[in-house]
Every structure is written in C-alpha cells, then in structure tokens.
Design a protein around this ligand. Structure first.
Ligand SMILES: NC(=O)c1ccc[n+]([C@@H]2O[C@H](COP(=O)([O-])OP(=O)(O)OC[C@H]3O[C@@H](n4cnc5c(N)ncnc54)[C@H](OP(=O)(O)O)[C@@H]3O)[C@@H](O)[C@H]2O)c1
Length: 377
C-alpha cells in the first residue's frame, strides 16, 4: 500500500519543509511515503538494509521474497490455482515493495505451465510491470536454470535464460542461478553462466543446492574468467542446519559468496501455525508429520516468548535469527499480503547474541527433516 500524503501550510513549516504561499493543491508539498499496515512495520523503503551479493555489484535487500508458491500446484496450493490466489500473490508482491523489500526469487520450473499451473516468472514479471506504472521502484530479480538431464552444454543455459527473460518481460536479471547440480554437464553449465554475464543478460550468477566441493569448483572456474560466483542458495533455517555441518556455510563465508537461505521458516513450520493436531496438508504433510511437529514444540514456545519481548511473531524471530548473520539473505515465501507484512517486520531490529545462541542450541535438539535430495548430487 503506497500512501500519498499532501502537506501544506503550517504542517509543512513544522516539518521543516518549504511552505507554500498559495493554497492551491498544485503548490502543496507532496511527500510520498511507503507504508504497510502492520503494527510491526515502521519501515520506509529507504531504511531496509541492502547487501551486495558476493563480490558482484548487485545489491539486494537483506531479506528477499520467494515466489515458488505463485502459480504452482505441484507442491503448494494443492486445492488448485485460481483468481483469488492470483490476487493474494499480487498483494504479497505489492506489500513487500511498499515495505521496502525489493528482492524476489523465482525459477523457470516454478509453476511450469502444466496441469493448470501458471508460470511464477510470468506472474512476477506482470506484477513488476503493473507496479512500475505508479512506482519507479528498482526490483532485483533472481531466477534459475533447471539442470534437466536432457540439457547439454553451455548453450542450453543461454537458451533457457532467454526464455526466462521473455516470461519475466525484462532484458536482464540481477541473479541467474543453477537450480541444482546436473547429473552431468556441470562444467558446461558454469561456462554458460559466465557467457550470460559476458553477454549482459545477467548482472550476477550463482548456484543452488551446491555441496562444498562443487561450490569451490564453480568458484574457481568462473574466477578464471574474472567473474565472481555471487551466491549459493541452499536450504537453511533454525531447524535445517546442514549448511553449518557440511562445510557449505564456511566455504561461502571464506570465498565471499552470499548464502541465500531458502525455506527459512521451514515451509511454515516455524510460524507456530501448524501443530501435531493441525499438520499441513499436501506434500508438506509427508515431511512435517505430527511427530516432527511435536518435537518442534519447545522451540516454538521459546520463539514465541522471545518474540513477545520485542512485540514480534515466531516467524519474525526465526527470520531475524538468519538476518543477524552477516553473509545470509533469507528468502521466505509469501502467499498473501499478511505473510509479506510479517516478513517486513523481521527487519530493522536484532536479537541479542545470547538469544541467537540459545535458539541455536535449542533448535539443534530437533532432528533435521529430509532435505531436497539434489543437495547430495
Ligand atoms: N533453490 C531451491 O532448490 C529452492 C527450494 C525451495 C525453496 N526455494 C526458494 O525459497 C523460497 C522460500 O522457501 P519455501 O517457500 O520452500 O519455504 P518458506 O519460506 O520456509 O515457507 C513459506 C510458506 O510458509 C507459510 N507462511 C509464510 N509466511 C507465513 C506467516 N507469516 N504465517 C504463517 N505461515 C506462513 C506459507 O505457506 P502456508 O500459508 O500454506 O502455510 C508459505 O508458502 C521459495 O519461494 C523459493 O523461491 C528454493
């Protein structure tokens, strides 16, 4: 929600703004204020912290928004995609922008147009274009190449990228990532990423679901061409800490590669919305069973208690735990305006070191669920 506030006469003077001598509306001082209607959101767009993606020149907000659920019915929206969900996704986009979050993550396979799905890239592109009619905001877009087994060589990266650009309706994206390592052909894919940079079709490149070894290889290969590997997007949350254990996080920190944390609220489980009596439906229900949800309860209770002392929600505390880490950019998925508003309120404050450590050790007692198997490719 963008507000137009007109201030004239005495009020303008009190605010130190130029006072108008005329009472006509055209001579009034106009202030454009971004605001979102949430008690936790006092952020204006100018205040949201931005960070560089690795050693690239691309700057993104310290928290981005994931767009996997937009248009998708294969994993999310098991009751189907419809007009209401479209409006909600668009509201999530608009509220994020109005709250100052301008970084969005999508992929060519999100909402791949089969079985009634709508392409997430197409949706994101249309939301950006619509928003830009009234707001000259700069949006940073990240999308991904799917390393499907029948895709060979560096040329496949460029041809997939061009289709993504066309769906998004843009001439370049800020970050292009290999969605997962291929069963074969990985060197070609990395070369394709480099080609995309050299052709000016992308501003920065990254990988996703890459192990430490693959990450180091990709980094070295791009470095020879003078291109920084900007990011590795991996599953990382309070209760999914594999990146801390498998060397990925340490390698990202050492090499100056931003760790983009996907599923940062464990697909909704850290929000406190789901309980052993009320588990999620659809494919998530197979991962986050009542047993897993039962194991989570002590952590959820502590998240709520800590949140209360800051007037924040479980979700905001779980995200702040990631935001507090220097080299981490979480990208929670927002299906609607309410969820996006909550994400905005995860920024602009900090847990104490003591709280961060307490949550770290409490969460370590929760056994990790099975992750995306491609992490092990
Ligand atoms: N590179 C990869 O392989 C990969 C893999 C996974 C995800 N990602 C990226 O990461 C993004 C985020 O990950 P994710 O979508 O898997 O998980 P997530 O961000 O941890 O969880 C998102 C889900 O949590 C629920 N939720 C969100 N905000 C909430 C709130 N305030 N209160 C209650 N429930 C809330 C929503 O589902 P309900 O409302 O239905 O509960 C939402 O769809 C994706 O959109 C995608 O861009 C990348």
């Amino acid at each position: 929600m963008a507000l137009q506030i007109s201030i004239s006469g005495t009020a303008a003077g009190l605010l130190g703004l130029p006072r108008s001598s005329s009472s006509s509306s055209s001579s009034r001082v106009r202030l454009r204020v971004r605001a979102v209607a949430s008690e936790n959101v006092k952020t204006t767009s100018g205040e949201v912290e931005k960070v560089k993606l690795g050693a690239s020149d691309v700057e993104v907000t310290k928290l981005g928004i994931g767009a996997w659920a937009w248009g998708d019915t294969a994993y999310w929206n098991d009751s189907g995609w419809d007009d209401r969900k479209l409006k909600e996704a668009k509201a999530a986009f608009n509220i994020s922008i109005d709250g100052g979050i301008t970084f969005f993550d999508t992929a060519e396979v999100y909402g791949a147009p089969i079985m009634g799905d709508v392409s997430s890239e197409t949706l994101l592109g249309s939301f950006i274009q619509e928003k830009k009619k009234t707001d000259p905001v700069e949006v940073a877009v990240a999308t991904k190449f799917a390393a499907l087994p029948w895709r060979f060589g560096r040329g496949s990266v460029l041809s997939a990228l061009k289709k993504s650009l066309s769906r998004l309706g843009v001439s370049s994206v800020d970050l292009y990532q290999l969605h997962w390592p291929g069963i074969w052909g990985n060197e070609g894919y990395i070369d394709g990423l480099g080609d995309a940079v050299e052709k000016g079709l992308v501003k920065a490149v990254g990988v996703s679901n890459y192990s430490e070894k693959r990450l180091r290889d990709a980094y070295d290969r791009l470095k020879k061409r003078g291109i920084p590997l900007a990011a590795n997007q991996v599953n990382y949350s309070l209760i999914y800490r594999n990146p801390e254990e498998n060397g990925v996080k340490a390698a990202c920190d050492e090499l100056g590669i931003t760790l983009i944390a996907y599923s940062p609220i464990a697909q909704g489980m850290l929000t406190g919305k789901y309980t052993p009596e009320n588990p999620p439906t659809g494919p998530r229900g197979r991962i986050y069973t009542p047993e897993v949800l039962k194991m989570l309860q002590p952590l959820l209770v502590r998240l709520r208690e800590i949140g209360e002392s800051y007037n924040k929600t479980n979700t905001q505390v779980a995200l702040n735990w990631l935001v507090c880490q220097d080299n981490v950019v979480p990208i929670p998925g927002a299906k609607n305006a309410e969820q996006a508003k909550e994400f905005v309120g995860a920024l602009g404050w900090k847990l104490t070191e003591q709280e961060i450590e307490e949550l770290r050790s409490l969460a370590a007692q929760v056994k990790s669920v099975v992750g995306f198997p491609v992490e092990k490719l």
